[in-house]
Design a protein around this ligand. Structure first.
Ligand code: NAD
Length: 540
């Protein structure tokens, strides 16, 4: 028997899905009452088939204005407009198009798959296959299981996704599934940072790119369309009612003012003369010449302290390392720069005050502005002008630019010295306002927190969350893996500071700390989902 797949709706998503199924060797029937939509889809499928070097792909796609009722397809998937009544009617018709064991799938982004399933004769064969735009290029498909979805249906969906050359992440039927939910803080916290005047839009975008995001949040919102992005935020928020995911009033004002991004030529950027050149913060580390004569001391322990030591040692004639602050007395009094790294999780205000009293006024002190309130520290100092806050999330290697706090109390000389130090290491610098979490701490910390909450709530396994975010949104690293790298306690510390400033809704989730315990191999994995006996994929 032929292996037939019915795709309903020949628009942006349907045309791409039909191509993928045909490329996977299925015989495809593409349904759309709009003949022009079919024609556009056919042109697109032919072009994709040409690019794939196999015109026979296009020949495997037939089209029709209505859904067949011959009960012969293995799978029917709908990609019609996002209206529940329309999808309900379409899925009922699809039930007659598939074999008795055939799958009924919806490509919905925001509706409940379970709600769509209840109307159908056999809800156990109904699931979500959530593709990303453009389906031809995006590697991820989220398989959405409703409470009624049978294990066999999920297994069959995995087989289909694999055969069309994509990777699957399994998600519960919850608002935004994995990707559209865990990505929310990328936009929402970036918008909050902008409202707090942390830095300019091009600077914030450049900072995001400096840690590996393909596009900064603002250029990405302009690309997606501010209205579309806002609608997703509103829909996730409406269904979760989680205060930390409250949509942005600033974004709503921009949408109401017609600033929708690229499509209206104005969003966060102006596109009337084309797409503006993104701000590039990269600097080349200067050739190592004579070691610089400044004396540098690194205070603290952990990865960033080790990294700084390794990077600075060849560049500076004198680099001291003080791991334990009880040994601060050993600091040479003519030290030019002290970099206080701490342990990344504890407040350093007292240590900074101690350094201030020990060292001559010429010494510049750099302090971790994610863990500590550098403005509060400055207020307690004899020489606040020498204190500069900086932010390295988890490692210098992972970021090509550093946020440096441009505090009112800081002297220009101290700022220049800090800037030069990072530039010597080949790192760009963005001067930012001292707002808790600065930009990267706030944004990345909130993404990791959302990922942890999603795993905790059983939306998906930690592995699938990471896979989904890497493939569905091109994150440089999965948020759970990133969280382990930064450290749960460090993220919790950053978010506690954010919450003290922005409101309790933004507080860290208690499961964040589990990331660290796991690292030490002392606890069960952060994976209530995988631990459930009923994980169908594990059984397969
Ligand atoms: P689209 O508007 O490009 O295409 C929808 C198509 O469905 C149109 O060609 C329309 O003629 C057709 N249609 C309408 N009624 C129909 C019916 N009764 N039977 C058959 N065809 C019918 O929409 P899209 O962007 O492809 O989105 C489709 C679905 O995919 C939505 O549920 C959307 O939420 C979801 N989705 C979209 C994206 C995206 O980025 N566009 C990404 C993921 C998921």
């Amino acid at each position: 028997m032929s292996e037939r797949v019915v795709v309903v709706g020949a628009g942006t998503m349907g045309a791409g899905i039909a191509f993928l199924a045909a490329r996977g060797g299925y015989e495809v029937v593409l349904i759309d009452p709009d003949a022009a939509a079919i024609e556009r889809a056919r042109t697109r499928i032919r072009a994709s088939a040409e690019r794939a070097g196999d015109p026979s792909i296009a020949a495997r796609v037939r089209s029709a204005p209505t859904i067949p009722s011959d009960g012969s397809a293995l799978l029917a998937i709908e990609a019609v407009p996002e209206r529940i009544e329309l999808k309900s009617v379409v899925m009922r018709a699809m039930a007659a198009a598939v074999r008795p064991d055939g799958l009924l799938a919806t490509n919905t982004s925001a509706l409940s798959v379970g709600a769509l399933a209840t109307d159908l004769p056999d809800p156990s064969r109904v699931l979500g296959l959530h593709f990303f735009n453009p389906p031809e290029a995006m590697k991820l498909v989220e398989i959405v299981h409703a409470p009624s979805t049978a294990d066999a249906a999920i297994e069959a969906a995995y087989a289909f996704v694999e055969r069309i050359g994509k990777s699957a992440a399994l998600t519960a039927d919850t608002p935004g599934f994995i990707v559209n939910r865990v990505a929310r803080p990328y936009y929402l916290q970036a918008l909050r940072a902008l409202e707090h005047d942390v830095a300019t839009v091009p600077e914030l975008d450049a900072l995001a790119r400096s840690v590996g995001f393909r596009m900064g949040p603002f250029e990405l919102m302009d690309f997606i369309g501010l209205d579309v992005n806002l609608a997703t935020s509103e829909s996730v928020y409406a269904r979760t009612d989680a205060a930390r995911l409250i949509p942005s009033a600033l974004q709503r004002r921009l949408v109401e003012g017609g600033r929708l991004g690229r499509k209206s030529a104005k969003g966060f950027y102006d596109y009337s003369n084309g797409v503006p050149e993104p701000l590039d913060l990269r600097v080349a580390a200067p050739e190592a010449t004579e070691p610089l004569r400044e004396r540098v001391a690194i205070v603290g322990c952990g990865g960033v302290a080790d990294e700084l030591h390794e990077l600075l040692a060849p560049r500076y004639a004198h680099v001291a390392r003080i791991e334990n602050e009880e040994l601060l007395d050993e600091l040479a009094l003519d030290t030019t720069i002290v970099i206080d790294v701490g342990d990344g999780t504890t407040d350093r205000v007292a240590t900074i005050a101690q350094l201030d009293s020990l060292l001559g006024p010429e010494t510049v002190i750099l302090a971790d502005a994610y863990a500590s309130d550098v403005s509060a520290a400055a207020a307690r100092m004899r020489h606040p002008e020498r204190l500069i806050g900086y932010g390295v999330l988890s490692s210098l290697e992972r970021q090509s630019a550093i946020e440096v706090v441009d505090a009112e109390s800081a002297s220009d000389d101290a700022l220049v010295l800090a800037q030069e130090l990072f530039e010597t290491l080949g790192k760009g610098v963005v001067l930012v306002e001292d707002v808790p979490g600065l930009f990267l701490g706030r944004v990345v910390g909130s993404i990791v927190n959302e990922a942890v909450v999603a795993v905790h709530e059983g939306v998906a396994s930690a592995e699938d969350v990471d896979l989904a975010m890497r493939l569905g949104t091109n994150y440089p690293i999965g948020p759970i893996a990133w969280g382990r790298e930064i450290g749960g306690a460090r993220i919790a510390r950053i978010l506690q500071r954010v919450a003290a400033h922005d409101g309790a809704a933004f507080a860290p989730h208690r499961s964040l700390w589990v990331l660290d315990v796991e690292e030490e191999g002392e606890a069960e994995p952060l994976d209530p989902f995988a631990m459930r006996a009923a994980s169908p994929v594990d059984e397969a």
